[in-house]
Each structure stands twice: as structure tokens, then as C-alpha cells.
Ligand binder design. Structure first.
Ligand code: SF4
Length: 444
């Protein structure tokens, strides 16, 4: 946990010698708390003080990287319990379990579908992250399937086997891709610790009870194994939420470093609705990695959308660049629609304009990412701002008509806007869903 300036001051020599460049030790402490200066500037810090300061600057939940290159997944390094306090930083990895008792062609088919699970939503690419290969058969089959999966997907890997020899063989093939190995328990701790160290790969450590889990991570740390993901095993959903919440609380609020790691959750429900609901729950609170079996587009899209919403900054609405966007093969007769630069609003309008097949211009006004009614109420979407945007983006030079379409919810500003802009204002539909019918009947 970060120390306050006064906490830091207590660790300093308090001689006010000025060698750090500050007039007093207190002034130095205040700057150190703000991370505006390095502790090395004080040559008189005791070893104990250095250790305390170094520990206090570590993240409460360690950042763990799995995979390599553009498919590398980073999880952890969260700083708050609730997203309204600041924001959540690293979206949980969503992965799929492939059983090694499936035949090769079924595995390839699954991978083909999983590789295509990419969606664009409000200007961002949403994608899945991991493939977990789970051992059910012998070592040779597990290694064979790991090879097959590695050859058929660029996604990061999780190797799920308690057979040390199988893990060793698999790591010879895919170790360079920095897979996550699953899992060390109380019984095999030393062997898996050695494997994780030798191969420089992150390790899942599992125990049902938090106290034991905490003891195991401390033992692993003592053996210099720190790239950890933790897991509390299979439990009913209510117990799992309790675990996830307690782990987060203990790491953030009680500075319990032995639980300061991302948490892996395996959803092993057979009912697709229960599986999706459970996965959604764990994405919301507070999993670092969620592994599921179902690969159906509609389920995955719902989970990725939820994840995107939760891991956006609640204090900074997603927004697009304010400018004029031509949609389709526009001409000087194309309609001009005005909206805000809130991503969700813009992309909803865009989708409906595209669906209408009427090439149009969309003018996105800078409302600091607010939606139409919010921006209007906050005086960010006013006749003056719309007029400024129309002029700034030279919309008049693009079209040979004089009509602006505004959202139906702000019909009240139409007279004022006509006066200020000199354009004829047409009131469009209140809901974006009405745009296709509206555009088809618009007379320019
Ligand atoms: S160098 Fe250290 S002891 Fe001297 S004033 Fe700065 S903080 Fe205090």
C-alpha cells in the first residue's frame, strides 16, 4: 500500500542535511509520496527504510503476463475495489478449455471458430485471449494436443496437467510462448516451483482455503517464484464470489501481499446459460482469468461486451474524434446528421445510417463524450456548439443543400439553431432505430 508523506517522513533520518536537494526531510518525504523524486536522492536511508519504501511502491496486485507478442495477456495490477473509485485497469482474460480426449479434427474445428471470435464495438476490437488444454488422457496425448493447439492458434496458452513429466514435455514445445502452467498445490509445490523457475513461465497455485493459499504463495516467493496466478478451486458460485471479494479486499485494503495476485476461475457448468451467467459474474467481480467451455458467438460477445463496459474508465466516457464523417459514397446531395462524440451514440447512429444505405454525413460535435440528452442538459450540445462545429469542419463546402438533421430529443433547439447557423433544421427521430425510415423519406 502506498505510504503517505508523513509515513515516509518517519523512515527518514530527520537531520535536514539538504543533500537530497530539499530544505527539510519532510519536504523530501512529501515529494517521495507523490513519486516526484527517487529515494536514491537521500544517501542516509537505512536498509530497513529502503526495503519498506521499495515494498510500498509495489502494486498491491501483481501484474502477470501470459503469452508473447500481440497476443500477450496482462492481468492484475488493480488498485481499487470499485470502478467508480478510479477505474479497473486490466480486463480479465477470457479463455476456452480444450479437452485432450477430443479427436484432432474436432479440436481444429473448435480452434477455427475461437480464432474468429473478434468483434468491433464502439470503435474498439474485442477479442478472446486464451486456450487452455486440459489433460484427461496420458502424457503423450496431452503433449500431442498442446502441439496441435499451438500450431492452430496464436492465442496465449494455459497448460492444465498435474503430470510434471507431461508439463515438461509440453513446455519443450511451447515454452517460448510463455504459457501459464496449471497448477501447483500443497502436494506438488516444490516440483512446479522448479518448473516455473526453470522455464520462466507463470504458475497457477491452488488451494481451497485462503489461509493455505496465502502460505503456498509465501513459500513460492521464498523460492523466488513470483509470477503467480491464484485459484481457490471448484466451488458454488456464492462461495466463489466470497473468495474473489476477500482476496481483493485483503490485497488492497490489508496489504496482504501473499494474496496480491490475479485470480483464475474455471467455470465448469454444463448448462450454457449457467456457464455464461457465472462467467459474467466473475468478470464483474474480480477474476483475472475466466476459463469456459462454450464458444458460441452470442455468449462470447455478451461476455466481451460486459468486460468492455466494466473496464472502461467511468470518469472518461468513451469518445470519438469530433469531426465530420462521410458514410458511404457521399455526394453534395447527401444528408447531414448532427450528433455527439459519445462513442456509443456515434456508433449507434453510424450503424443505422449504414443500414439505411443512404450515403450521409455525420457531424460529431465535441460534447466531451456525453450522450445527446446529457450533453444538452449540461450545455455541451447547444446551438452555438453545433454551429461552431459545422463551420469548423467546413460542412457547407461538402454539400449543395442547406439542411441539418438534429436528434429528435433536442427538437427544442431547432429554432435557435436555425437562427445561429443559417441552416434549415430538420428534426430527426428520437431513437437511432428510426433513422433508416427517416432518411429514405427525407427530401433534400
Ligand atoms: S538527504 Fe536525507 S537526511 Fe538529508 S535532508 Fe534529504 S531526506 Fe533528510
Amino acid at each position: 500500500m502506498a505510504l503517505s508523506g508523513l509515513d515516509i517522513y518517519k523512515l527518514l533520518p530527520k537531520t535536514n542535511c539538504r543533500e537530497c536537494g530539499f530544505v527539510t526531510c519532510l519536504a523530501f518525504a512529501m515529494q517521495l509520496a507523490k513519486k516526484a523524486v527517487s529515494m536514491d536522492k537521500c544517501p542516509y536511508l537505512s536498509i530497513e527504510a529502503k526495503r519498506t519504501l521499495a515494498e510500498s511502491s509495489l502494486p498491491a496486485i501483481k501484474l502477470i503476463a501470459i503469452g508473447e507478442g500481440e497476443n500477450k495477456l496482462e492481468v492484475g495490477n488493480e488498485t481499487v475495489m470499485f470502478r467508480h473509485e478510479e477505474k479497473f485497469h486490466h480486463p480479465p482474460g477470457l479463455g476456452f478449455i480444450i479437452e485432450d480426449n477430443l479427436d484432432d479434427s474436432a479440436i481444429k474445428k473448435k480452434l477455427e471458430k475461437i480464432n474468429q471470435l473478434k468483434f468491433e464495438r464502439i470503435g474498439q476490437e474485442l477479442k478472446v485471449n486464451l486456450i487452455a488444454i486440459r489433460q484427461n488422457k496420458d502424457k503423450n496425448r496431452f503433449v500431442e494436443v498442446v502441439k496441435l493447439v499451438a500450431e492452430n492458434t496464436p492465442l496465449a496458452l494455459v497448460l492444465m496437467s498435474e503430470d510434471l513429466a507431461a508439463q515438461e514435455e509440453a513446455l519443450k514445445l511451447v515454452g517460448v510462448r510463455r504459457p501459464l502452467i496449471y497448477h501447483a498445490t500443497q502436494d506438488n509445490l516444490a516440483d512446479f516451483a522448479q518448473l516455473s523457475k526453470d522455464r520462466a513461465v507463470p504458475l497457477v497455485v491452488s488451494a481451497k482455503e485462503l489461509e493455505l493459499l496465502s502460505t503456498l504463495t509465501r513459500e513460492l516467493n521464498n523460492q523466488a517464484v513470483t509470477e503467480l496466478v491464484i485459484d481457490t478451486g471448484k466451488k458454488p458460485i456464492a462461495e466463489k464470489i466470497w473468495d474473489l471479494t476477500q482476496i481483493r479486499r485483503l490485497a488492497l485494503r490489508k496489504s496482504q501481499r501473499s494474496l496480491g495476485y490475479p485470480v483464475l476461475v474455471i467455470v465448469d457448468a454444463d448448462d450454457p446459460y449457467i456457464e455464461t451467467t457465472e462467467a459474467a459474474t466473475y468478470i464483474s467481480k474480480y477474476a483475472g482469468i475466466v476459463l469456459i467451455k462454450g464458444i458460441e458467438v452470442e455468449r462470447v460477445m455478451a461476455l466481451l461486451t460486459l468486460r468492455q463496459n466494466i473496464y472502461s474508465d467511468p470518469q472518461k466516457p468513451l469518445q470519438i474524434e469530433p469531426r465530420v464523417y462521410p458514410v458511404g459514397q457521399v455526394t453534395n446531395k447527401s444528408p447531414v446528421l448532427v450528433t455527439t462524440n459519445f462513442s456509443l451514440t456515434y456508433y449507434t447512429v453510424l450503424a443505422e445510417v449504414e443500414a439505411s444505405k443512404v450515403p450521409s454525413y455525420i457531424v460529431s460535435v465535441d460534447t466531451e463524450g456525453m450522450s445527446v440528452l446529457t450533453a444538452w442538459a449540461a450545455e455541451k450540445f447547444t446551438p452555438e456548439k453545433i454551429t461552431d462545429s459545422i463551420n469548423k469542419f467546413n460542412v457547407r463546402e461538402r454539400v449543395a443543400h442547406n439542411q441539418l438533421v438534429i436528434p429528435g430529443y433536442v427538437a427544442v433547439m431547432s429554432g435557435d439553431l436555425e437562427e445561429k447557423s443559417g441552416w434549415e433544421v430538420v428534426v430527426g427521430p428520437k431513437e437511432a432505430a428510426g433513422i433508416p425510415a427517416f432518411l429514405k423519406n427525407l427530401y433534400l
